[in-house]
Design a protein around this ligand. Structure first.
Ligand code: PSU
Ligand code: MN
Length: 304
């Protein structure tokens, strides 16, 4: 095992026994939602995974240690500290480990640590991607590169249209990452079920998903797989309302010269503020929905 990694006793026992485990990220806790809803959601997501018969492994960096499986106190700490906790992407891990610092893991670093721990299924809300205007800013999330090189299945609700969804799909195609629609042929756009873009393949259940992931492993590919699961109909948002909030947030980020790792957290926080928090409930519900699909798929992978 990696000398910087700590696997919690519960996660360790599950992995040893060949039981299903689902990884969860922590940037969504510290940077993706306000306190206290972030902590409530993180705990509810863990409970949802347990109710499905799998074991949750929330991932973060605490005091320079890579953690797979957090205590309630650690989750509470990450949620309360919020944006004071470093958002940790691939390039940040060496500094955080060497300095004994805390870090909230993005999709990228959650994939890295999940893979180190031997966990292959990961549930989240949305992934990073190619930003609008990337042809000049070159702002492309490290999440896409990680999907191309680390063998973890990421279950998300698509990507928010703060990004250029068409370019994000082009990038994933180039890097050989299969984009799967869960019960849909269309790429979901996080708050809404449709985006106008097609996914590569549609699957209709956890067994089919597990079979595809098993085949990818059998082919000895080094990359992962992106599963996009649309938000449940009853929680999906009005496209006009969310699009207006996103346009406004993008305009403010340009005016304020927001760039680099601050861009995504800034846009996410402004969208929640501008929609009066009505997007927060949708966000919470889609994460729970993804947790259920991930747990069922982790179970199907164990039954091989
Ligand atoms: N998109 C969301 N919610 C999130 C994130 C993205 O809808 O919480 C977070 C995830 O942790 C993701 C990260 O991995 O932001 C991407 O950041 P960047 O664009 O800086 O790579
Ligand atoms: Mn970026």
């Amino acid at each position: 095992m990696n000398r910087y990694l700590d696997i919690s006793p519960e996660v360790h026992m599950a992995l040893d026994a060949g039981l299903p485990v689902v990884a969860l990220e922590s940037t969504i806790i510290s940077h993706g939602m306000p306190y206290p809803q972030n902590v409530e959601t993180a705990l509810l997501v863990e409970q949802t995974i347990r109710d499905c018969g799998a074991v949750p492994a929330t991932i973060a960096i605490i005091g320079g240690r890579l953690k797979a499986g957090l205590s309630q106190d650690e989750i509470e700490h990450l949620g309360k500290a919020g944006r004071a906790v470093s958002k940790a992407s691939r390039r940040d891990l060496p500094a955080l480990v060497a300095r004994g610092a805390d870090g909230a893991t993005t999709v990228t670093t959650t994939m890295i640590i999940a893979h180190m721990a031997g966990i292959s299924v990961f549930a989240t809300g949305g992934i990073g991607g190619v930003h609008r205007g990337a042809e000049t800013s070159m702002d492309i999330s490290a999440d896409l590169e990680e999907l191309a090189q680390t063998p973890v299945m990421v279950v998300c609700a698509g990507a928010k249209s703060i990004l250029d969804l068409g370019l994000t799909l082009e990038y994933l195609e180039t890097r050989g990452v299969p984009v799967i629609g869960y019960g849909t042929e269309e790429l979901p756009a996080f708050y809404t079920r449709s985006s106008g873009f097609k996914v590569d393949y549609r699957v209709d259940g956890p067994e089919e998903l597990a079979a595809m992931f098993r085949a990818q492993r059998g082919l000895a590919y080094k990359g992962g797989m992106l599963v996009t699961n649309p938000i449940p109909e009853k929680y999906s948002m009005d496209k006009a309302v969310i699009d207006a909030a996103i346009e406004q947030a993008l305009k403010e980020s340009r005016e304020q010269g927001i760039h680099g790792k601050e861009t995504t957290p800034f846009l996410l926080a402004r969208v929640v503020e501008l929609t009066g928090g009505s997007s927060l409930e949708s966000n919470i519900q889609l994460v729970l929905n993804n947790a259920r699909v991930a747990a069922e798929t982790a179970k199907a992978l164990c039954q091989a």
